[in-house]
Design a protein around this ligand. Structure first.
Ligand code: S3P
Length: 430
């Protein structure tokens, strides 16, 4: 599907965000290996989270969906059943990497694969620690999916993460539930901590010991009733839209404000954006609140602060749309230390550079990032999304301020994290 966009005069209204994708994956997986029933409200409608549910069903888990509420009958820590076929994680890196940690603790042999994009994403980063723990893990050449796993008796390890990745950290922590003795991970750069928080909520034990995060083996996880907060990474597209469309004023109720994710808000505020949080609460260890974002012409007269170092991991999913924002400020933006973006659903450095250039922006592409020039009025163009949801949505935001028509190719890929995105955008554009 090609989605056509033209410049918006202004934006106004409230956006109903889907549930957070990262948190939904974790709640579903932990509910599956807990004892008793879990009910998860505002479960992410995203295709990725449904890939997780599909895998869990194939592993013998009873999953019922009613609107955005998902009820899961837990099978206990070692209760998953050998699947009849290869598990399909489709487009979802979180599904394959986190679920592999759980599968490594089960005694059966199984395979897990994904679509063309996922089949080109590196799995060596989880294969190494799982093998150190004693699991048998094989892959296609160059550590690419499909993965073939045979787990069982694992031993605890102390593991320093070689890449800043919450997925790798989570894979090791989840496998640690099945180990003999404690498993500890150390990250040199902090990444999102939803797994640690969710494990505690389900009754597991994860404790910080200096730089190390240690998970206790063999917990009796208990089913829970939980509500997922709105997805801050989905909100990011609308926050940037509010920053660049004159006169815009948007409300985003019930958004997840986890400390490791909200760097986006700190960054935008530091850049000078008018952004307010109200009604902040914490439920199941996850902060949430209402966001208000308004256009402020002065904000665009400067450049954006450079994005580099530890900040990259905190903003990893938002960088494509922040590059679009940078192009609309007078000074542009420089992004470095972001080579991880090359192994996401697409090579996001190349995808952002190519599409910004198509819109008339000067971009210098580097191995680990981009230098995006500012101050140029965008001109509508054909956007090649590479079927990557975040590229599609980032450039939809660009289309709101481009002269003439912007055509987003394969626009349905937005469903991977944000079904309803195109309707939401239409509902606020004036
Ligand atoms: C995620 C972690 C990040 C992020 C992805 C979701 C998670 O990936 O980009 O969208 O849910 O743990 P990495 O762990 O590969 O950085």
């Amino acid at each position: 599907m090609i989605q056509k966009l033209s410049a918006a005069t202004t934006l106004a209204g409230s956006i109903d965000l889907p549930g957070d994708k990262s948190i939904s994956h974790r709640y579903a997986m932990l509910a599956a290996v807990a004892e008793g029933e879990s009910v998860i409200r505002r479960f992410a409608a995203s295709r990725d989270c449904h890939s997780t549910l599909g895998c869990l069903r194939a592993l013998g888990v009873a999953v019922a969906e009613d609107g955005d509420a998902v009820t899961i009958q837990g099978r206990g820590l070692r209760g998953l059943q050998a699947p009849a076929q290869t598990l399909d994680a489709e487009n979802s890196g979180t599904t394959i990497r986190l679920l592999s940690g759980i599968l490594a603790g089960h005694g059966f042999e199984c395979s897990i694969t994904g679509d063309a994009s996922l089949s080109n994403r590196p799995m060596g980063r989880i294969m190494e620690p799982l093998r150190l723990m004693g699991a048998h893990v094989e892959s296609r050449e160059r550590s690419l999916p499909p993965l073939r796993l045979r787990g069982g008796a694992l031993n605890g390890i102390r593991y320093t993460l070689p890449v800043a990745s919450a997925q790798v950290k989570s894979c090791v922590l989840l496998a640690g539930l099945y180990a003999q003795g404690a498993t500890a991970v150390r990250e040199t750069v902090p990444t999102r901590d939803h797994t640690e928080i969710a494990l505690r909520e389900f009754g597991g034990e994860v404790r910080a010991d200096g730089e190390w995060l240690e998970v206790a083996p063999n917990p009796r996880l208990q089913g829970r009733r939980l509500a997922v907060p709105g997805d801050l990474s989905g909100a990011a597209f609308f926050l940037v839209a509010a920053a660049i469309v004159p006169g815009a004023a948007l409300t985003l109720p019930g958004v997840g404000l986890n400390g490791r994710r909200r760097e986006l808000l700190n960054y935008l505020r530091r850049a000078g954006m008018d952004l307010f949080v109200e009604n902040e609460t914490v439920e199941a260890g996850e902060a949430r609140g209402d966001l208000y974002a308004c256009y402020n012409a002065d904000f665009l007269k400067k450049g954006l602060p450079a994005i580099k170092g530890a900040e990259v991991a905190a903003l990893i999913d938002e960088i494509p749309v922040l590059a679009v924002l940078g192009s609309q400020t007078a000074g542009g933006v420089e992004i470095s230390d972001a080579q991880e973006l090359r192994v996401k659903e697409s090579d996001r450095i190349a995808a952002v550079a190519d599409n910004l250039r198509a819109l008339g922006v000067e971009v210098e592409e580097r191995q680990d990032g981009l230098r995006v020039a500012g101050g140029r009025r965008l001109r509508g163009a054909d956007i090649e999304t590479r079927k990557d949801h975040r590229i599609a949505m980032a450039f939809a935001v660009a289309g709101l301020v481009a002269e003439g028509e912007t055509r987003i190719h394969d626009a349905e890929c937005a469903n991977v994290s944000f079904p309803g995105f195109w309707d939401a955008l239409e509902s606020i554009a004036r």
